[in-house]
Write a protein that binds this ligand. Structure first.
Ligand code: SAM
Ligand code: SF4
Length: 357
């Protein structure tokens, strides 16, 4: 695994100032560095566009258009790309996402292949947990390290309204099964809307009781229905006010600079609650993520539609190094950050479910 860690050593500018560095040449280093000096070590792999829920802040009511099956990466292709990322590009962590990863029946094989191809690299999954009850043990045996489960409300009616499906009991059974299978610590992701904000404190109390770590995520303009507005968004300040009415919170900050969640201790700790304030306290300057879509394109940023196609390269017989080189080029051109709230901002073409959160 590579030891290159410092942008200064790479001869590229520091990342704090968002100035154009297009005239700087990409250094010949075996990592995913961008022209602002950020190094991507955390790989998010979307493996499907299909989903068992229809969360209003993510999916359209009819679901995403189906990706023709011959354009979807196979499990073997995903395993190869994960191996290339780890062996040649310095990736240290892999997370499977979607759509809903549990919609793929070859998920266990994919995880087992990745565990063999990238020994020692943590493999996690972001999931809605529907169907996890039956598969948690097999996934853990295959090599999955832990799961992030999306759960926005413990109120069955609110949950059904928000996800357009009455599946709360299945999600709760999935979380319990994940804990029992050792896919721990289970992290709970919650995107709150104004309708569910009153349930924030109940969600935190439930997570504390059930040994889960809760992180609230600010809703981003990545919904298929294009209904997001800054005025209606529940932001970090609103959450802290609501949680503060029931819990004593003290800010502790980030575990490490590239962690998206800022942490607060709850009632003196040691338990904490996280807030991923991607809109109001953006952390693009420390972003260490690289993303693969289910069709096999590299996406450097959630908000940039510029993508480089690795699937086509794989299928025309490119070598591992040729694929790695394409990936490095895609990341070198990563934009400095999202422009939510700035003049002229436009939501990207792909929605969250089509990129992978
Ligand atoms: N289906 C899985 C799930 O829900 O966990 C994985 C895919 S989902 C797109 C990944 C994460 O993105 C989830 O935690 C979800 O809450 C989050 N997400 C979806 N739409 C979002 C949005 N518009 N803003 C912020 N987060 C969003
Ligand atoms: Fe499906 Fe996850 Fe999007 Fe909800 S957030 S619709 S569970 S992909």
């Amino acid at each position: 695994m590579t030891t290159v860690a410092n942008p200064v050593q790479l001869g590229v500018p520091g990342v704090r100032e968002y100035r154009s560095s297009s005239r700087v040449a990409r250094p010949a280093v075996p990592v995913l560095v961008d022209s602002f000096g950020r190094i991507a070590r955390d790989l998010r792999v979307s493996i499907t566009e299909k989903c068992s829920l229809r969360c209003t802040y993510c999916m359209p009511v009819q679901g995403l258009p189906e990706i023709p099956r011959d354009r979807l990466l196979t499990a073997a292709e995903i395993v190869r790309l994960v191996r290339i990322a780890v062996e040649r590009l310095g990736v240290r962590e892999v997370r499977f996402t979607g759509g809903e990863p549990l919609m793929r029946h070859d998920l266990e094989d994919m995880i087992a292949g990745c565990a063999e191809a990238a020994p020692g690299v943590p493999l996690s999954m972001t999931t809605n947990a529907i169907g996890l009850e039956r598969r948690a043990r097999a996934l853990a045996t295959a090599g999955l390290s832990r799961v992030n489960v999306s759960l926005d409300s413990l109120d069955r009616a609110h949950f059904a309204e928000l996800t357009r499906r009455d599946r709360l009991p299945s999600v709760l059974s999935g979380i319990a099964a994940a804990s029992q299978a050792g896919l721990a610590p289970v992290k709970i992701n919650a995107v709150l809307m104004q309708e569910t904000l009153t349930g924030a404190a109940d969600l935190l109390a439930w997570c504390l009781t059930n040994g889960c770590h809760l992180r609230f995520i600010e809703e981003m303009p990545l919904d298929a229905d294009h209904a997001w507005t800054r005025d209606r968004m529940v932001d970090a300040a609103m959450l802290l006010t609501v949680l503060g009415e029931r819990f004593d919170l003290a800010e502790v900050g980030r575990e490490d600079p590239s962690a998206p969640a800022e942490e607060w201790t709850v009632d003196g700790g040691p338990a904490t609650v996280g807030i991923i304030a991607a809109v109001t306290r953006k952390f693009c300057a420390d972003c260490d993520r690289t993303r693969l879509t289910a069709e096999g394109t590299v996406r450097a940023c959630l908000f940039s539609d510029s993508e480089i196609d690795l699937r086509v390269a794989l299928r025309r017989g490119a070598s591992d190094e040729e694929v790695a080189q394409l990936w490095r080029e895609a990341m070198w051109n990563k934009t400095p950050g999202h422009g939510i709230g700035s003049d002229g901002f436009e939501s990207p073409n792909r929605t969250m479910g089509a990129i992978g959160g």
